[in-house]
Design a protein around this ligand. Structure first.
Ligand code: NAG
Length: 341
């Protein structure tokens, strides 16, 4: 039997539980509402427009998952780097890498003929080629898988400044449109070494201003391609799987490197020294423009990316250097190369 008194207590307890459930539900829907608000704000910030309500719902769901992942990662505090809600926040990692990361590692294994920095013994403890005026502002490849062209051009801009004293922004679009008779296939992918081969055979590369970036495959403008703003005599590969060899090269000029940038940590990297997650399936071409050591003693490579200044540290990433694996973090020491003046 339940007494009147007990009945009162049970009723109160049930009311309390129901109240708690209701407030839990409303805080959940509040969260949803504010996530919706955040998506709306994010959309207007990046000028994103969806074609219909279905697409909107699909993108909201992906946005929400990404934001939740980024926030829980950052709360963890167990990593020396942070993730951020950047312009790629409504893309799954699969979609993101499919459109941008088109470094064709499988076709690339040229023989090492020579390595001009082989006998380098002394290197500075830090290097930042930006401070030496050898690095142009960060560019944005957009949804075109021609990272290989941006990587090769950044290395070429570097050697050109070091030899001529002039920093000239050079034309990725020329490589996309004109370097099509061999391995390189514009937005569908390519390699830095074959880009250097094209530049050598073409007796130079024109300026960004003369041949502006479009972010889509186009027909080669041979008149523009014949207007040479910078030349190289060839290129060399850094001996593979040696961060110490890579150090000798980067101490002397900006160097094209291939990395595995396929993970979502890379997609949403925002600051700090990146320590992974990543593998060694090279899918992205970037440029090592320096190196250094963080306050906490972590050594890093300073890497210029081509995803705009909204990604990472104003378009750059610091990637852990001198890791246990010979390949380097994300395979950074596997297929490095540089043009020669
Ligand atoms: C490195 O030093 C060796 C021995 O002095 C020399 O034979 C070789 O040509 C040098 N290599 C380069 C790339 O300078």
């Amino acid at each position: 039997m339940i007494s009147t008194n007990q009945y009162k207590w049970i009723s109160l307890a049930m009311l309390f539980i129901l109240g708690a459930l209701a407030s839990h539900a409303s805080s959940r829907s509040l969260q949803e509402a504010s996530m919706y608000e955040r998506h709306q704000q994010w959309m207007s910030h990046y000028g994103r427009v969806y074609k219909d309500a279905d697409e909107m719902e699909k993108r909201f769901k992906i946005f929400k998952e990404n934001v939740e992942h980024i926030e829980s990662f950052n709360k963890g505090m167990n990593k020396p780097y942070k993730l951020g809600v950047n312009e790629f926040a409504d893309l799954t990692n699969k979609e993101f890498t499919a459109s941008r990361n088109r470094f064709k590692s499988h076709v690339c294994s040229p023989a090492i003929i020579s390595f001009k920095y082989k006998n380098v013994t002394a290197v500075p403890s830090t290097m930042d080629w930006r401070k030496k005026g050898a690095v142009t502002p960060v560019k944005d490849q957009g949804q075109c898988g021609c990272c290989w062209a941006f990587s090769a051009v950044a290395a070429m801009e570097g050697i050109t400044q070091l030899t001529t004293g002039k920093l000239i922004s050079l034309a990725e679009q020329e490589l996309v449109d004109c370097d099509t008779s061999g391995e390189d296939q514009g937005c569908e992918g390519g390699l830095m070494d074959t880009a250097f081969q094209y530049i050598q055979q073409n007796h130079g590369l024109t300026t960004e201003a003369n041949y502006p970036y479009k972010g889509v495959d186009g027909t080669c403008n041979t008149n523009k391609a014949a207007n040479h703003a910078a030349k190289i005599t060839g290129y060399e590969d850094v001996p593979a799987n040696s961060e110490s060899a890579l150090l000798k090269a980067v101490a002397n000029q900006p160097v094209s490197v291939a990395i595995d940038a396929g993970g979502s940590d890379f997609q949403f990297y925002s600051s700090g020294v990146f320590t992974g997650q990543c593998g060694t399936e090279l899918d992205h071409g970037v440029t090592a423009v320096g190196y250094g050591t963080d306050e906490d003693g972590t050594k890093y490579w300073l890497v210029k990316n081509s995803w705009g200044t909204g990604w990472g540290e104003e378009g750059y990433i610091r990637m852990q250097r001198d890791v246990d694996a010979n390949e380097g973090l994300c395979g950074i020491a596997m297929q490095a190369s540089y043009p020669t003046a």
